[in-house]
Design a protein around this ligand. Structure first.
Ligand SMILES: [Zn+2]
Length: 494
């Protein structure tokens, strides 16, 4: 039987989950038992000294290990329990080799009896050195055990509240998680559109902030919503209730993977005034200029495409032009008193969406009634007194199976529709409308670049700028509007 000794360590101080020593010992004992090693002694140490020379138990272990010819192995839970310095670990490597002994780090999967283990050993040692003091590492053991038992390991999750380590659903937030998944899966909305919609609805994240594409992406990827808990990259079945069905979650992942292989769309709308600004020299349109990350301009298109001989660049600063035009548009809108019109358009948009959902639901209900009638007819036929009319058990089973399948499919779709109808009714209508009307500027900042471009192009016919002899001097002279109220419709439904 191989004789081994073990070394465990926990650094004193800040961590809350101080179960790691016990956990290390447990893992090491199980490891030895499984391999029939005789665990002679466990050296246990508390303290966060970086150098092994400042750790008395480590020194005892080291001396014992080298002095006792019967001990073949020293075992640690993880390399960083033993060493925090690369030099220490390399020194130790040489010593064990000199003495024909071996070292095992369970979590790093290192056993120095393997001739190829040196790379892993050095890599892990390097990693241990780089790990900062008081990182999550030292709490690893405790948290892993917790995660393995299906408890939640901290952090905040939209849709749930954490009550003594377990997650409890918050219905209002769960409805929003559902909304996000359904818009993504059934309405083909992107992260940005979903985020904008939630922001327009004045719905905040858990931290009280506006939604971002990253926040939406995180929600759409998290397995927590189908009842799992995560620790590092491993998921285990949790003890909490799921918010999203496995089916819906799978669909979202499928859509995500198809989207990720599509080429990235280049946003043509990043320069929303392209085509509206007119070159003061030649009168052709101005477009995205040769800009750097820091300095951005609109440039005469003739100059851009045909060079200096056709026209000068006549650069105008992007930021200045867009801010100026936005302010002008805002005051223009105010003078038009659009509020009643905007309200009307917004309401009619939401209603028309509701109407079509309701219509589909109506059709499905009829289809369901039909299937149910079919099932009753089948039972009648199966039990018919007249033998000529009666159908065989085989036929009956087959037809019932088919009908049941149809019924299930329609019922599922109907449930989905009903959920969506409820959700849409719940959206705070008046808040939504007032937001758009009262704060058009915020609305503008929330919409996508493409929509910004659409907004300007719907409102403005052309923009003239002054000739100016330098870029700095070039200013906006006049904005010619082409206001057609019905165009607002497309904007608000975007
Ligand atoms: Zn020009």
């Amino acid at each position: 039987m191989k004789k081994v000794i073990a070394y465990v360590r926990i650094s004193t101080g800040k961590q809350k989950f101080n179960t790691s020593i016990e956990n290390q010992i447990q893992v090491i004992k199980e490891y030895c038992a499984a391999r029939g090693y005789q665990l002679v002694i466990i050296y246990s140490e508390e303290g966060s000294a970086k150098n092994v020379k400042d750790r008395p138990e480590f020194i005892k272990m080291y001396n014992h290990f080298l002095a006792d010819p019967e001990i073949e192995y020293v075992i640690v839970y993880k390399l960083d329990r033993a060493f925090r310095k690369l030099l220490d670990s390399l020194y130790f490597w040489d010593k064990i080799k000199e003495n024909n002994k071996y070292f095992i780090s369970i979590l790093d999967n290192i056993n120095t009896i393997d001739p190829h283990s040196k790379d892993t050993y050095i890599f892990s040692a390097l990693h241990a050195e780089r790990e900062r003091e008081n990182t999550l590492l030292r709490t690893t053991g405790g948290m892993e055990v917790k995660a393995a038992q299906g408890f939640f390991n901290g952090g905040i999750v939209f849709g749930y509240e954490s009550v003594r380590g377990s997650l409890r659903i918050i219905p209002q937030e769960a409805a929003i998680v559902n909304f996000i998944y359904k818009k993504y899966v059934y309405d083909n909305w992107g992260y940005k559109k979903i985020a904008s919609e939630l922001n327009i609805q004045c719905i905040k994240t858990k931290k009280g902030k506006d939604w971002t594409t990253t926040a939406i992406k995180t929600i759409l990827e998290s397995k927590i919503y189908i009842g799992y808990v995560k620790w590092r990259s491993t998921y285990t079945k949790g003890k909490h209730k799921a918010i999203i069905s496995q089916d819906l979650w799978d669909k979202a992942q499928a859509i995500k993977s198809t989207k990720s292989i599509q080429p990235r769309k280049i946003h043509p709308g990043t320069y929303p005034l392209s085509g509206l600004l007119k070159c003061p020299q030649c009168g052709s349109v101005m477009v995205q200029g040769n800009s750097s990350q820091k300095y951005k301009y609109y440039q005469c298109n003739k100059n851009k495409s045909s060079g200096r001989s056709a026209c000068s660049s006549n650069l105008i600063k992007k930021d200045y032009a867009e801010e100026y035009v936005l302010e002008a548009v805002l005051s223009h809108i105010n003078t038009l008193n659009l509020s009643p019109l905007l309200q009307q358009i917004t309401i009619s948009n939401i209603n028309s969406n509701l109407v079509s959902l309701k219509e589909e639901a109506k059709i499905l209900k009829k289809a369901l009634e039909k299937v149910e009638k079919k099932l009753i007819d089948l039972y009648k036929l199966f039990n018919a007194e007249d033998e000529d009319e009666r159908i065989s058990t085989e036929t009956f089973t087959l037809l019932v199976k088919e009908a049941e399948k149809e019924k299930k499919r329609d019922q599922q779709r109907l449930n989905e529709l009903n959920e969506r109808i409820t959700l849409q009714k719940d959206l705070n209508l008046s808040q939504n409308i007032n937001f758009v009307v009262d704060d058009f500027k915020s609305f503008y900042q929330l919409i996508s670049d493409e929509d910004k471009k659409l907004l300007f192009h719907n409102l403005i016919k052309e923009i003239h700028i002054t000739m100016g002899s330098t870029t700095k001097e070039r200013k906006i002279k006049e904005i010619i509007y082409q206001f057609e109220p019905e165009n607002m419709n497309t904007l608000l439904s975007a």
